[in-house]
Design a protein around this ligand. Structure first.
Ligand code: GTR
Length: 315
Protein backbone atom coordinates (compact mmCIF):
# COMPACT_ATOMS: atom_id res chain seq x y z
CA UNK A 1 0.00 0.00 0.00
CA UNK A 2 1.36 3.39 -0.95
CA UNK A 3 1.83 6.10 1.66
CA UNK A 4 0.58 9.09 -0.30
CA UNK A 5 1.81 11.70 2.16
CA UNK A 6 5.27 10.18 2.22
CA UNK A 7 5.45 9.99 -1.59
CA UNK A 8 4.48 13.63 -1.96
CA UNK A 9 7.01 14.68 0.69
CA UNK A 10 9.73 12.69 -1.05
CA UNK A 11 8.98 14.11 -4.48
CA UNK A 12 9.03 17.58 -2.99
CA UNK A 13 12.32 17.00 -1.23
CA UNK A 14 14.19 15.19 -4.00
CA UNK A 15 12.64 16.20 -7.31
CA UNK A 16 10.39 19.23 -7.75
CA UNK A 17 11.05 21.10 -4.54
CA UNK A 18 8.72 21.55 -1.58
CA UNK A 19 5.66 23.65 -2.36
CA UNK A 20 5.46 26.49 0.17
CA UNK A 21 2.16 27.04 1.94
CA UNK A 22 0.81 30.30 0.61
CA UNK A 23 -2.55 31.90 1.06
CA UNK A 24 -3.01 34.53 -1.58
CA UNK A 25 -5.88 36.68 -2.71
CA UNK A 26 -6.87 36.14 -6.33
CA UNK A 27 -9.34 38.28 -8.21
CA UNK A 28 -10.72 37.74 -11.67
CA UNK A 29 -11.94 40.17 -14.33
CA UNK A 30 -13.53 39.27 -17.67
CA UNK A 31 -11.50 40.73 -20.55
CA UNK A 32 -13.76 39.53 -23.33
CA UNK A 33 -16.46 37.03 -24.04
CA UNK A 34 -17.66 35.71 -27.37
CA UNK A 35 -19.49 32.84 -29.03
CA UNK A 36 -17.16 30.09 -30.19
CA UNK A 37 -17.48 27.48 -32.96
CA UNK A 38 -21.27 27.57 -32.73
CA UNK A 39 -20.72 25.22 -29.78
CA UNK A 40 -20.45 27.53 -26.78
CA UNK A 41 -18.49 30.48 -25.51
CA UNK A 42 -14.93 31.55 -25.26
CA UNK A 43 -13.78 34.08 -22.70
CA UNK A 44 -10.55 35.57 -21.47
CA UNK A 45 -10.10 36.43 -17.82
CA UNK A 46 -7.41 38.41 -16.11
CA UNK A 47 -6.43 36.85 -12.79
CA UNK A 48 -4.66 39.12 -10.36
CA UNK A 49 -2.67 37.41 -7.64
CA UNK A 50 -1.68 39.59 -4.71
CA UNK A 51 1.41 38.62 -2.74
CA UNK A 52 3.56 40.26 -0.10
CA UNK A 53 5.55 42.13 -2.73
CA UNK A 54 2.93 43.19 -5.20
CA UNK A 55 0.63 41.84 -7.87
CA UNK A 56 1.04 39.33 -10.67
CA UNK A 57 -1.38 39.04 -13.56
CA UNK A 58 -2.23 36.01 -15.69
CA UNK A 59 -4.61 35.55 -18.56
CA UNK A 60 -6.94 32.56 -18.39
CA UNK A 61 -8.63 31.23 -21.52
CA UNK A 62 -11.94 29.51 -20.80
CA UNK A 63 -14.02 27.74 -23.46
CA UNK A 64 -17.34 26.32 -22.31
CA UNK A 65 -20.00 24.40 -24.21
CA UNK A 66 -23.62 25.48 -24.34
CA UNK A 67 -24.73 23.37 -21.43
CA UNK A 68 -25.54 24.35 -17.91
CA UNK A 69 -22.44 22.84 -16.35
CA UNK A 70 -19.49 21.03 -17.84
CA UNK A 71 -16.38 19.18 -16.78
CA UNK A 72 -13.26 21.12 -17.71
CA UNK A 73 -9.85 20.08 -18.95
CA UNK A 74 -7.36 22.46 -17.36
CA UNK A 75 -3.86 22.57 -18.78
CA UNK A 76 -0.91 24.88 -19.15
CA UNK A 77 0.23 25.67 -22.66
CA UNK A 78 3.62 26.33 -24.27
CA UNK A 79 2.91 29.14 -26.72
CA UNK A 80 0.18 31.34 -25.30
CA UNK A 81 -3.60 31.22 -25.21
CA UNK A 82 -4.11 32.31 -28.82
CA UNK A 83 -1.94 29.44 -30.01
CA UNK A 84 -3.85 26.93 -27.92
CA UNK A 85 -7.01 27.79 -29.84
CA UNK A 86 -5.24 26.46 -32.94
CA UNK A 87 -3.35 23.60 -31.30
CA UNK A 88 -6.04 21.85 -29.24
CA UNK A 89 -9.29 20.51 -30.81
CA UNK A 90 -11.41 22.82 -28.68
CA UNK A 91 -14.50 22.64 -30.88
CA UNK A 92 -14.47 18.84 -30.67
CA UNK A 93 -14.06 18.93 -26.89
CA UNK A 94 -16.90 21.42 -26.54
CA UNK A 95 -19.18 19.39 -28.80
CA UNK A 96 -18.54 16.42 -26.57
CA UNK A 97 -19.65 18.51 -23.59
CA UNK A 98 -16.30 19.46 -22.10
CA UNK A 99 -14.86 22.83 -21.31
CA UNK A 100 -11.22 23.79 -21.75
CA UNK A 101 -9.22 26.15 -19.55
CA UNK A 102 -5.66 27.11 -20.28
CA UNK A 103 -2.93 29.48 -19.17
CA UNK A 104 0.46 30.09 -20.75
CA UNK A 105 2.96 28.38 -18.42
CA UNK A 106 5.47 31.19 -18.87
CA UNK A 107 2.87 33.66 -17.63
CA UNK A 108 3.13 31.87 -14.28
CA UNK A 109 6.91 31.59 -14.41
CA UNK A 110 9.04 31.96 -17.55
CA UNK A 111 10.46 28.69 -18.84
CA UNK A 112 14.13 29.61 -18.59
CA UNK A 113 17.02 29.82 -16.19
CA UNK A 114 16.44 32.77 -13.88
CA UNK A 115 12.74 32.90 -14.83
CA UNK A 116 11.82 33.01 -11.13
CA UNK A 117 12.82 36.68 -11.05
CA UNK A 118 10.20 37.52 -13.68
CA UNK A 119 7.31 35.25 -12.70
CA UNK A 120 4.81 35.00 -9.90
CA UNK A 121 7.53 34.12 -7.39
CA UNK A 122 8.86 37.64 -7.37
CA UNK A 123 5.73 38.87 -5.56
CA UNK A 124 5.62 36.13 -2.95
CA UNK A 125 8.18 37.57 -0.55
CA UNK A 126 10.26 34.40 -0.41
CA UNK A 127 13.87 34.85 0.75
CA UNK A 128 16.86 33.02 -0.77
CA UNK A 129 16.94 30.42 2.02
CA UNK A 130 13.19 29.98 2.41
CA UNK A 131 11.11 27.12 1.14
CA UNK A 132 10.04 28.31 -2.27
CA UNK A 133 13.33 29.99 -3.13
CA UNK A 134 14.59 29.17 -6.65
CA UNK A 135 17.18 26.64 -5.42
CA UNK A 136 14.63 24.70 -3.44
CA UNK A 137 11.43 25.04 -5.50
CA UNK A 138 11.72 24.29 -9.19
CA UNK A 139 9.73 25.85 -12.01
CA UNK A 140 7.69 22.67 -12.56
CA UNK A 141 6.64 22.99 -8.93
CA UNK A 142 5.64 26.61 -9.47
CA UNK A 143 3.62 25.64 -12.54
CA UNK A 144 1.92 22.86 -10.55
CA UNK A 145 1.10 25.32 -7.78
CA UNK A 146 -0.25 27.69 -10.44
CA UNK A 147 -2.48 24.93 -11.80
CA UNK A 148 -4.01 24.46 -8.36
CA UNK A 149 -4.54 28.17 -7.96
CA UNK A 150 -6.34 28.29 -11.33
CA UNK A 151 -8.38 25.19 -10.46
CA UNK A 152 -9.64 26.88 -7.31
CA UNK A 153 -10.45 29.96 -9.33
CA UNK A 154 -12.44 27.89 -11.84
CA UNK A 155 -14.67 26.60 -9.06
CA UNK A 156 -16.08 30.14 -8.83
CA UNK A 157 -17.46 30.03 -12.37
CA UNK A 158 -21.09 28.93 -12.37
CA UNK A 159 -20.86 26.84 -15.55
CA UNK A 160 -17.86 24.81 -14.46
CA UNK A 161 -18.56 21.45 -12.84
CA UNK A 162 -16.24 22.03 -9.91
CA UNK A 163 -15.84 18.38 -9.00
CA UNK A 164 -14.88 17.46 -12.56
CA UNK A 165 -11.80 19.53 -13.26
CA UNK A 166 -9.20 17.40 -15.02
CA UNK A 167 -5.52 18.37 -15.04
CA UNK A 168 -3.98 17.81 -18.45
CA UNK A 169 -0.54 18.47 -19.83
CA UNK A 170 1.84 17.57 -22.61
CA UNK A 171 5.48 16.79 -21.90
CA UNK A 172 6.90 19.32 -19.41
CA UNK A 173 3.32 20.45 -18.74
CA UNK A 174 2.41 16.79 -18.17
CA UNK A 175 5.03 16.65 -15.43
CA UNK A 176 3.42 19.75 -13.89
CA UNK A 177 -0.09 18.28 -14.24
CA UNK A 178 0.89 15.08 -12.43
CA UNK A 179 2.62 16.96 -9.65
CA UNK A 180 -0.35 19.32 -9.30
CA UNK A 181 -2.89 16.50 -9.13
CA UNK A 182 -0.82 14.52 -6.65
CA UNK A 183 -0.78 17.47 -4.25
CA UNK A 184 -4.27 18.82 -4.89
CA UNK A 185 -7.16 16.44 -4.34
CA UNK A 186 -9.47 18.98 -5.94
CA UNK A 187 -8.42 17.66 -9.33
CA UNK A 188 -10.83 14.90 -10.32
CA UNK A 189 -8.37 13.19 -12.66
CA UNK A 190 -5.13 13.79 -14.49
CA UNK A 191 -3.93 13.25 -18.03
CA UNK A 192 -0.24 13.08 -18.74
CA UNK A 193 0.65 13.21 -22.41
CA UNK A 194 4.20 12.04 -23.04
CA UNK A 195 5.58 13.57 -19.87
CA UNK A 196 8.55 11.19 -19.98
CA UNK A 197 11.53 11.66 -17.66
CA UNK A 198 10.53 13.06 -14.25
CA UNK A 199 6.90 12.71 -15.29
CA UNK A 200 5.34 9.44 -16.39
CA UNK A 201 8.24 7.16 -17.28
CA UNK A 202 10.31 5.03 -14.93
CA UNK A 203 13.80 6.17 -13.95
CA UNK A 204 14.75 2.58 -13.30
CA UNK A 205 14.00 1.71 -16.94
CA UNK A 206 17.21 3.23 -18.21
CA UNK A 207 16.19 4.55 -21.64
CA UNK A 208 15.50 7.92 -23.21
CA UNK A 209 16.10 11.11 -21.25
CA UNK A 210 17.76 10.67 -17.86
CA UNK A 211 18.42 12.82 -14.81
CA UNK A 212 21.81 13.95 -16.14
CA UNK A 213 20.30 15.22 -19.39
CA UNK A 214 17.23 16.86 -17.89
CA UNK A 215 19.11 18.63 -15.09
CA UNK A 216 21.76 19.83 -17.55
CA UNK A 217 19.23 21.26 -19.98
CA UNK A 218 16.60 22.38 -17.49
CA UNK A 219 18.23 22.73 -14.06
CA UNK A 220 15.66 25.33 -12.99
CA UNK A 221 12.72 22.91 -13.39
CA UNK A 222 13.74 21.04 -10.25
CA UNK A 223 15.04 21.41 -6.74
CA UNK A 224 18.82 21.81 -6.93
CA UNK A 225 19.56 18.49 -5.18
CA UNK A 226 17.92 16.53 -8.01
CA UNK A 227 21.03 17.00 -10.14
CA UNK A 228 23.01 15.02 -7.54
CA UNK A 229 21.32 11.93 -8.93
CA UNK A 230 22.75 12.49 -12.41
CA UNK A 231 24.19 9.15 -13.49
CA UNK A 232 22.64 7.54 -10.38
CA UNK A 233 19.01 7.43 -11.54
CA UNK A 234 18.46 4.10 -9.79
CA UNK A 235 19.42 5.61 -6.44
CA UNK A 236 16.76 8.33 -6.48
CA UNK A 237 14.62 7.53 -3.40
CA UNK A 238 11.42 7.73 -5.50
CA UNK A 239 10.30 6.68 -8.94
CA UNK A 240 7.49 8.00 -11.10
CA UNK A 241 5.22 4.95 -10.62
CA UNK A 242 4.85 6.13 -7.02
CA UNK A 243 3.72 9.56 -8.16
CA UNK A 244 1.08 8.03 -10.44
CA UNK A 245 -0.04 5.69 -7.66
CA UNK A 246 -0.28 8.55 -5.15
CA UNK A 247 -3.04 10.13 -7.25
CA UNK A 248 -5.38 7.16 -6.64
CA UNK A 249 -8.27 6.74 -6.17
CA UNK A 250 -8.55 9.47 -8.76
CA UNK A 251 -8.07 8.25 -12.33
CA UNK A 252 -4.85 8.87 -14.25
CA UNK A 253 -4.25 8.40 -17.96
CA UNK A 254 -0.85 8.32 -19.65
CA UNK A 255 -0.51 8.93 -23.38
CA UNK A 256 2.49 7.73 -25.28
CA UNK A 257 3.82 7.79 -28.86
CA UNK A 258 5.75 4.95 -30.48
CA UNK A 259 8.57 7.12 -31.87
CA UNK A 260 8.94 9.34 -28.82
CA UNK A 261 12.16 7.67 -27.68
CA UNK A 262 13.18 10.64 -25.52
CA UNK A 263 10.07 10.12 -23.36
CA UNK A 264 10.66 6.32 -23.41
CA UNK A 265 7.29 4.75 -24.33
CA UNK A 266 8.22 1.38 -22.82
CA UNK A 267 9.30 3.13 -19.61
CA UNK A 268 5.90 4.88 -19.58
CA UNK A 269 4.05 1.61 -20.03
CA UNK A 270 6.05 -0.07 -17.27
CA UNK A 271 5.43 2.96 -15.05
CA UNK A 272 1.67 2.59 -15.55
CA UNK A 273 1.77 -1.16 -14.90
CA UNK A 274 3.75 -0.68 -11.73
CA UNK A 275 1.51 2.18 -10.53
CA UNK A 276 -1.51 -0.11 -10.92
CA UNK A 277 0.16 -2.64 -8.63
CA UNK A 278 1.23 0.00 -6.14
CA UNK A 279 -2.23 1.51 -5.85
CA UNK A 280 -3.74 -1.98 -5.52
CA UNK A 281 -6.50 -1.25 -7.98
CA UNK A 282 -7.69 1.76 -5.94
CA UNK A 283 -7.72 4.07 -8.95
CA UNK A 284 -7.69 3.36 -12.68
CA UNK A 285 -4.43 4.11 -14.50
CA UNK A 286 -5.08 4.19 -18.25
CA UNK A 287 -2.55 4.03 -21.03
CA UNK A 288 -2.49 4.42 -24.79
CA UNK A 289 0.28 4.16 -27.32
CA UNK A 290 -0.27 5.76 -30.70
CA UNK A 291 2.02 5.70 -33.71
CA UNK A 292 4.23 8.70 -34.35
CA UNK A 293 6.36 11.22 -32.58
CA UNK A 294 6.21 13.59 -29.61
CA UNK A 295 3.10 15.79 -29.63
CA UNK A 296 -0.42 16.24 -28.29
CA UNK A 297 -2.64 15.28 -31.22
CA UNK A 298 -6.39 15.05 -31.77
CA UNK A 299 -5.89 11.30 -31.69
CA UNK A 300 -4.63 11.64 -28.12
CA UNK A 301 -7.54 13.88 -27.16
CA UNK A 302 -9.97 11.19 -28.42
CA UNK A 303 -8.45 8.83 -25.86
CA UNK A 304 -8.75 11.51 -23.18
CA UNK A 305 -12.41 12.07 -24.00
CA UNK A 306 -13.11 8.35 -23.78
CA UNK A 307 -11.21 8.24 -20.50
CA UNK A 308 -13.19 11.15 -19.04
CA UNK A 309 -16.51 9.76 -20.33
CA UNK A 310 -15.75 6.45 -18.65
CA UNK A 311 -14.22 7.50 -15.36
CA UNK A 312 -15.93 10.80 -14.63
CA UNK A 313 -19.16 9.70 -16.30
CA UNK A 314 -18.89 12.50 -18.84
CA UNK A 315 -20.68 15.83 -18.88
C1 GTR B 1 12.37 18.19 -23.79
C2 GTR B 1 12.64 17.72 -22.39
C3 GTR B 1 11.58 16.75 -22.01
C4 GTR B 1 10.19 17.25 -22.32
C5 GTR B 1 10.13 18.06 -23.60
C6 GTR B 1 8.87 18.92 -23.80
O1 GTR B 1 13.34 18.94 -24.32
O2 GTR B 1 13.89 17.16 -22.35
O3 GTR B 1 11.69 16.37 -20.66
O4 GTR B 1 9.68 17.96 -21.27
O5 GTR B 1 11.19 18.91 -23.74
O6 GTR B 1 8.42 19.59 -22.88
O7 GTR B 1 8.39 18.93 -24.94
Amino acid sequence: MINTRQVIDDFGRHVYGVTPRLKLAVTSKVLDYQAAFGAGSRSRHELTITGERGEHRLELLLCLPNIDQSPVFLGLNFDGNDAVLQQWPIELLMRRGYGVASVHASAIEPDRNGGAADGVRRILGIGPDDEGAPATWGTIGVWAWGLSLIRRQLTDYAHVQRDKIIAVGHSRMGKAALWAAAQDEGFAAVISNEAGCSGDSLHRHRAGEDIAAITTNFPYWFTSGYADYAGRDDELPVDQDQLLAAIAPRPVHVGSASEDDWADPLGQFLCVQSARKLNEGLGPVGFHLRPGDHGLLTEDWLHYLAFADTHLSGP
